[in-house]
Ligand binder design. Structure first.
Ligand SMILES: Cc1cc2nc3c(=O)[nH]c(=O)nc-3n(C[C@H](O)[C@H](O)[C@H](O)COP(=O)(O)O)c2cc1C
Length: 446
């Protein structure tokens, strides 16, 4: 019998989806593409807790403020599905609240009840059908909860539509049930939070573990805890937002107690990769520690200690961000503005994978951080909004040949040309760069 040429399906799923071999975004073997002999670090796989990520370009979590009572919708399927088909090494889905009052806005994502699993399973299964690893950021917004979606509050040019950020009960909010370590609001335009009781602290802690159990059923490959940007974990860590006098406030040990206990419980419940996002500085005025040795704000020195503790509890990767807990923060924004913080953590903990994020837009720029040993992976948010196929474009710009989706290969003919002397530029066999034209135009037998 002659050989059969089949448009192979992804095995084991209930619809026809074309199988990509290798997975989209994987660098091809140098035996076919000699230009891949010296791969940029960006396209070298990385293995974390036994799971291999095909490249080091990760989608940073991005709130969409588009969930239906915490349930993902078709918007999320398309938004995340688009990244899954375009070659990123991993997707971290948006901040997902473990309790309803832990949402930032009424339309935030949630994982506090079982019915929220089904739409997420569809998204995760689709990402897997595209050979893309996917995780979720588990979160509690603390004192920054019950606020409007950004576009409800103001437009991007800062034309304000609402006088404060607070979403009232009538607008779907819960301003009287906003929880935090202390009763200090983020600003006078934010809800006044209620200090959490011991009972409340335990309830939220257990909600994180219950959400992790749901993540297992959904099939996520990794989870990330949102310990950054002035949300609940960060609020406990920082002396600016935590002035408690019990075992959760005061000394660094006390301020770290609850975030570390949550991390420890999650680690006990979850055996796949566990990422943790921190804000490594608050960009507040003055030093992190005063001359009397008292910590005044959260910063890189405490971050190094905290990350060391997280490492002991088995956290696998630190996603290093900054800011979000001090309303008067002055951020020195520019390309890679948060990289020095990732680098400092990498120096302090060389064996722990570190991710860097923030105004990474250019492939050479991203590669320089990785090849310079400043971080192990890059997380991108806004550049991926502008350029969803950035991973493949980056490969092209860096002279690497990676696998695009079968259906999109014709958009990448130039990248898919083996760069060695004498190589045919129409190696795919067709005058327009695919073999299909040849078959369509095969001379008729007569
Ligand atoms: C639309 C949007 C939503 C975001 N939502 C989240 C989120 O859910 N969790 C989080 O940790 N960061 C969130 N961020 C911050 C990004 O993950 C990222 O850290 C930040 O935008 C800096 O990276 P960039 O310069 O590549 O955009 C969001 C950013 C954007 C633009």
């Amino acid at each position: 019998m002659s050989k059969l040429y089949i448009n192979k399906p992804v095995p084991g799923i209930d619809q026809y989806i074309s199988l990509n071999e290798p997975a989209i975004g994987t660098a091809y073997s140098e035996s076919v593409y000699p230009q891949n002999a010296n791969l940029p670090v960006l396209f070298k796989p990385i293995t974390i807790r036994g799971l291999t990520f095909k490249n080091r370009i990760f989608v940073s979590p991005m709130c969409q403020y588009s969930s239906d009572n915490g349930h993902a919708t078709d918007w999320h399927f398309v938004h995340i599905g688009g990244f899954a088909t375009r070659g990123v090494g991993a997707i971290c889905m948006e901040a997902t609240a473990v309790v309803p009052e832990g949402r930032i806005s009424p339309e935030d994502a949630g994982l506090w009840t079982d019915s929220q699993m089904e739409p997420l399973k569809c998204i995760v299964n689709f990402a897997h059908s595209q050979g893309t690893l996917i995780g979720v950021q588990l979160a509690h917004a603390g004192r920054k909860a019950s606020t409007y979606a950004p576009w409800v509050h103001s437009d991007i040019a800062k034309t304000f539509r609402a006088p404060t950020y607070v979403a009232s009960e009538k607008e779907g909010g819960w301003p009287d049930r906003v929880a935090a370590p202390s009763d200090i609001p983020f600003s006078d335009q934010y809800p006044k939070p209620q200090p959490m009781s011991e009972e409340e602290i335990l309830r939220v802690e257990n909600a994180f573990v219950e959400a992790v159990e749901r993540c297992k059923q959904i099939g996520y490959d990794f989870i990330e805890v949102h310990g950054a940007h002035g949300y609940l974990q960060h609020e406990f860590l920082s002396p600016l937002s935590n002035v408690r006098t019990d075992q959760y406030g005061g000394s660094l040990e006390n301020r770290m107690r609850w975030p570390l206990r949550v991390a420890q419980k999650i680690r006990a419940a979850w055996d796949k990769p566990f990422f943790y996002r921190i804000s490594a500085t608050e960009w507040a005025e003055g030093p992190e520690k005063d001359p009397n040795g008292e910590w005044k704000q959260w910063g890189i020195e405490q971050s190094k200690i905290f990350v060391g503790e997280l490492k002991k509890f088995g956290v696998d990767l630190i996603d290093c961000s900054t800011g979000g807990n001090w309303v008067k923060q002055k951020i020195a924004v520019g390309p890679g503005y948060q990289v020095p913080y990732a680098e400092a953590l990498k120096k302090a903990h060389p064996d722990l994978p570190i991710g860097t994020v923030g105004m990474i837009t250019d492939p050479e720029q991203a590669e320089s951080y990785l090849s310079g040993g400043k971080a192990d992976v890059v997380f991108l948010a806004r550049e991926l909004i502008r350029t969803p196929h950035w991973a493949i474009l980056a490969a092209h710009k860096l002279g690497v040949a990676v696998k695009p989706a079968n259906q999109y290969e014709r958009g990448w003919v130039e990248m898919l040309t083996p760069a060695h002397p004498g190589a045919s530029s129409d190696h795919r066999g067709g005058e327009q760069g695919t073999g299909k034209e040849n078959l369509d135009q095969a001379p008729a037998k007569n």
